[in-house]
Design a protein around this ligand. Structure first.
Ligand code: FEO
Length: 393
């Protein structure tokens, strides 16, 4: 695909990866992704902002086929999907200076073995003139690596943000047009990549407050010509206040845990709580991550396998623990054949979640009426906890 014109001499390029289905051998990409690269041609100098994943290098170089000179290559982030083609671009344009943050310099040397002499570290707030255009570099650390930064093109009020505000979405649209679809993809991206850093995201959002921004141009998914759409979404996602929601990821081997889970979900729903129920044997983990962005409570359902929880449950809670959602309460429901420590082991697996652990409900064998009534009581307790926190409207 050819580069698209954003403004006069400002171009949206890079590659759409329609078929990629997994990132980091971990993150599902049901809607593919893109690696956006931007070209800014000033009256004197030309800058390329970010590259693409090496698997799509041919697309980037086809787009650059008519570009004779690149003076500056801006690297916002050292991760492969944006920085992976830096050595190839520097080989094609040996006069280009690579501009990145001081931490980016070290990471690019480590990860890509780029010659140190090619790299100029730029300070927070430093500017580079392209003639009639000016690039201002804004350090935005920990969105989501320590070196991440953004670039502001003042004359056009475009903020290039790399991963920050991005979405894993393959689309031919230059700007977010189907906002419902983009919201879901951007929330998935936030949940999987950004959520552990929500406190530093807050300070980075504050830092951007004074800028006049007409367009946010990330390096995944479409750009935003309505920046408030994505900035307001981020403000909501990073807020400390969870919503009146419960997430129930579970596995059931022979049906007992599922009976408990379905009873709990019914009981919570009856009280007006929004519940997300996920069978971990078949779930898209991205959907689970999205649900953790807002939920006040997580209840994990697990059978007992050799004394402990089901391995699929341990996998999911390890991920939840790493994502550090703002969850306030956690509990466990499940079953065991003759004995077990599944509930204790699950509770011990989520130390990063600053939650109050509510008493688990584990039953022996197939649930009896008393077990189901105990699940109802757990539902009541969750409702009372939400109410006490002002989450029930
Ligand atoms: Fe899109 Fe952190 O790389």
């Amino acid at each position: 695909m050819r580069m698209k014109t954003m403004k006069e001499n400002v171009f949206f390029g890079g590659a759409v990866d329609w078929d990629r289905r997994l990132f980091d051998s971990l993150i599902p990409l049901p809607d593919g992704t893109s690696y956006n690269s931007y070209l800014v041609q000033g009256s004197d100098k030309t800058a390329l902002i970010d590259t693409v994943d090496p698997a799509k290098a041919d697309i980037l170089f086809e787009q650059l086929s008519g570009v004779e000179k690149i003076d500056y290559l801006v690297a916002h982030h050292a991760e492969q999907d944006h920085a992976g083609c830096i050595p190839l671009v520097l080989a094609k344009y040996p006069e280009a200076k690579l501009l990145t943050s001081p931490k980016g310099k070290g990471l690019i040397i480590d990860h890509l073995h780029v010659d140190e002499k090619k790299i100029t570290a730029v300070a927070d707030g430093e500017t580079v003139s392209l003639g009639d255009r000016t690039l201002t570099f804004i350090h935005t650390p920990w969105v989501h690596w320590p070196e991440t930064m953004a670039t502001y093109l003042a004359e056009e009020k475009i903020l290039f943000t790399c991963d920050f505000f991005g979405s894993h979405l393959a689309t031919t649209d230059m700007y977010a047009r189907d906002e419902g679809r983009v919201y879901e993809a951007a929330k998935r991206y936030y949940a999987e990549i950004m959520m552990p850093f929500r406190h530093t995201i807050r300070s980075n959002l504050e830092k951007l407050k004074g800028l006049a921004i007409d367009v946010i141009a990330p390096s995944h998914g479409p750009a935003y010509d309505n920046p408030a759409f994505i900035m307001d979404a981020y403000r909501d996602w990073i807020s400390d206040q969870p919503k009146n929601q419960v997430v129930v990821p579970y596995v059931s081997m022979h049906g007992s845990t599922r009976m408990l889970v379905e009873r709990l979900v019914g009981s919570l729903a009856h009280k007006g709580i929004t519940v997300f129920q996920f069978d971990l044997a078949a779930v898209d983990l991205g959907k689970l991550a999205i649900s953790l962005v807002d939920a006040a409570t997580i209840v994990i359902g697990t059978p007992t396998v050799h004394v402990g929880p089901h391995p699929a449950v341990l996998y999911a809670v390890t991920l939840a623990n790493a994502l550090r959602p703002k969850t306030l309460f956690a509990s466990v429901v499940g079953s065991f054949g003759w004995a077990g420590k599944a509930a204790e082991q699950v509770a011990a697996s989520i130390p990063n979640l600053k939650v109050e652990v509510l008493p688990p409900m584990m039953c022996k064998g197939m649930p009896r009426r008393a077990d189901l009534e105990a699940v109802d009581k757990l539902g009541e307790l969750i409702f009372e906890k939400h109410k006490a926190r002002g989450l029930v409207k």
